[in-house]
Design a protein around this ligand. Sequence first.
Ligand code: NAI
Length: 347
Amino acid sequence: MAHKITLIPGDGIGPEVTRATVRILEATGVKFEWESFAVGADAYEKFGEYIPKEVIESIERTHVGLKGPVTTPVGGGFSSINVALRQKFELYANFRPIRNLPHIPTRYPDVDLIIVRENTESLYSGLEHEVVPGVVESLKIITEKASTRIARFAFEYARNNQRKKIHAIHKANIMKLSDGLFLRCCRTVAKEYPEIVYGEHIVDNTCMQLVMNPYQYDMLVMENLYGDIISDLCAAFVGGLGFVPSANLGEKCAIFEAVHGSAPDIAGKNVANPTALLRSALLMLRHIGEFDAALQIRNALEKVYRHREKLTRDIGGQAGTSQFADAVIEEMEAQSEVRPPAQSSRA
Ligand code: NAI
């Protein structure tokens, strides 16, 4: 039976990296039934809505989305569609593994870090207003419920995946009440997981510590804005934004997307690296139980990077987005010719 997946190609480089990813997914032989929708400015132009109700209904039906990046206008215009979808479906845990692919020269080899970002509140609450001309308030919302929920997600993941250490990242020296509450919730949850070492670092120090020595961390849990910023910093360890995947996870639904944005500077040129969205799709495949297909793609991806002939421009290659996808598919085909028929293992 085909997996029904809501597909949001997004805009900017979104359609290019999504097309590449979907072609690779389909080459695994797994059957998908894509329900594809525009959101954001494109949807508004066609349907007069930034998130058409058909998109919401589709995610409610399929419970799984694969999403390209969507542009959010800076300093005005409509609110982020990305944030709105995360809030609408209570996709409270943003799971962002930062791992090197083998054979890519990067600033640090063998990084294996996991960022767990609270995805529904903090300064992303959208509560902003101009009190009087020249004075604006933006409200940072931190709740016990959301902080406890994200801390528990991080500790449960650590327990079930043999991770050893979690640091809560905060600025509770300045935001004593809001980040103070976040920390209190993390401490309370940490007590239930005595086998996992728990630490706390202030966010500015964390940036410096990460750049000095990323290996000192194992998992990081933090509120929304710090998670956004630290993820981009950590992307630089593993080759840049073209490499970092993410999963937005809730109780009922999950949406998989790259950490990067719509990259207007390179959109429409067939030069974007689809690896980040492809790795997000690997998280999706495991989520829907297609472990063999995930392994097949991961092996092919690693081979393409090992051969270094079809790399995209962001890491010094000359291949376009579509040529990169062709190379991954060719490796998958070559693999299936040598693979014993009954092989099945977890990625
Ligand atoms: P960005 O992530 O789009 O780009 C930052 C830099 O990384 C650019 O130089 C870009 O060319 C490069 N880059 C990003 N992805 C790449 C890829 N796959 N391959 C090669 N190079 C890549 O961040 P920026 O410019 O701050 O944001 C652009 C737009 O994207 C904004 O409207 C922002 O709101 C939106 N955005 C959307 C996200 C989402 O849909 N989840 C996440 C982050 C930003």
